[in-house]
Design a protein around this ligand. Structure first.
Ligand code: ATP
Ligand code: MG
Length: 340
């Protein structure tokens, strides 16, 4: 049961295929964290079907809001603010969350805070109740985004580089799909790669030239597809564990080296990781090793907060709320929303 004098934020997240509601007190005490995944429904199609995602959100969102209040032993009157993801994401899916949050906030007279989903992923790093030292560099590696961002304070972002084609998670999912591993492919490929040899298959690394912090994963993805096609034509068996490990090694090496170089060149002592791919075991291991060698502080969220959840949205909303930011009743879903 939360104390009434606390700042208590309820957050709603519906940007893709997870309906999530969380309640966070004072930016760090997670009272409730509910995630209703649609993975089983989308699995049969091999990926997210936007229209089905929206309908599922509609069915789940009010139930989760009621359940969250019940589990926290709270009423709407005890909340301080309502937060909601308003982009980036699938427009229909986002609209369910945004409309629900606006209707609720208006009817129970609560301030509304719109949150950028990618900022939410970054702020999963502040859920662990620790302060992070600015200036820092954050490697964002999710299903739809891959970027290196410099942060000099809360909510201040400067893009150092980003992907020019596929996002890291998207590349994992596409390669896993081509290998017949299932959906979502990232965690399955990660598990399989642990049984393989990462140097067994020669795959390209996209460095993209000297001082570049951009990324590209379509080359390595195509190399894997070609490798699979050639083996199929010749009727040769593919060692999937070796191929998974080699693909993962290629992606992780570039992610780690560019992040460490950015930290060194920009004199940033702290490295954060955010998004679903930051749950990857090799990425964590290699980033840890390189950061230790270069005397950089490294942090990343616990695995359950790397993929979509509403706790991270509540945490990002907390810092915006503290700055006095409020959204108007004209808040709308913005599918291509950028970090500002
Ligand atoms: N252990 C892992 N190794 C590699 N990839 C992983 C792992 N766990 C999850 N992923 C990948 O993370 C992605 C999902 O993460 P996330 O929830 O951050 O993405 P999203 O919400 O779909 O995209 P975005 O946040 O960019 O809109 C998927 O592509 C998934 O395959
Ligand atoms: Mg996400």
């Amino acid at each position: 049961m939360a104390n009434k004098s606390k700042e208590i934020i309820m957050a709603i997240e519906t940007s893709c295929d997870e309906t999530a509601v969380a309640i966070l007190a004072d930016g760090k005490e997670l009272l409730v964290n509910l995630v209703s995944s649609q993975i089983k429904i989308h699995q049969q199609f091999g990926g997210v079907v936007p229209e089905i995602a929206s309908r599922q959100h509609l069915e789940q969102v009010n139930r989760l809001i009621d359940l969250a209040l019940k589990e926290a032993g709270l009423t709407f009157a005890q909340l301080t603010a309502l937060a909601v993801t308003y982009g980036p994401g699938l427009v229909g899916a986002l609209l369910v969350g945004v409309s629900t949050a606006k209707a609720l906030a208006y009817s129970v007279n609560l301030p509304l805070v719109g949150v950028n989903h990618v900022e939410g992923h970054i702020y999963a790093n502040w859920l662990a109740q620790e302060e992070r030292e600015f200036p820092l560099v954050c490697l964002i590696v999710s299903g739809g985004h891959t970027a290196l961002v410099e942060m000099r304070g809360h909510g201040e972002y400067r893009f150092l580089g980003e992907t020019q084609d596929d996002a890291a998670g998207e590349a994992f999912d596409k390669v896993a799909r081509a290998m017949g591993l299932g959906y979502p492919g990232g965690p399955l490929l990660d598990a399989l790669a642990r049984e393989g040899n990462g140097t067994a298959v020669q795959l390209p690394r996209a460095w993209l030239g000297g001082n570049n912090y951009n990324f590209s994963f379509s080359g390595v993805k195509t190399a894997v597809l070609n490798y699979l096609n050639k083996a199929a034509q010749k009727g040769e068996e593919v060692n999937k564990a070796d191929l998974a490990a080699s693909f993962q090694a290629s992606v992780v090496e570039v992610l780690v080296e560019k992040t460490v170089r950015a930290a060194q060149e920009k004199k940033l002592k702290t490295v954060l990781m955010a998004g679903g791919v930051s749950a990857n075991s090799l990425l964590r291991e290699q980033m840890q090793q390189r950061c230790q060698e270069e005397k950089l502080n490294l942090a990343y969220p616990p695995s359950e907060y790397c993929t979509d959840n509403a706790a991270m949205i509540a945490c990002a909303a907390h810092y915006r709320y503290l700055k006095g930011e409020r959204s108007g009743w004209d808040l709308n879903a913005v599918p291509q929303l950028r970090l500002r």
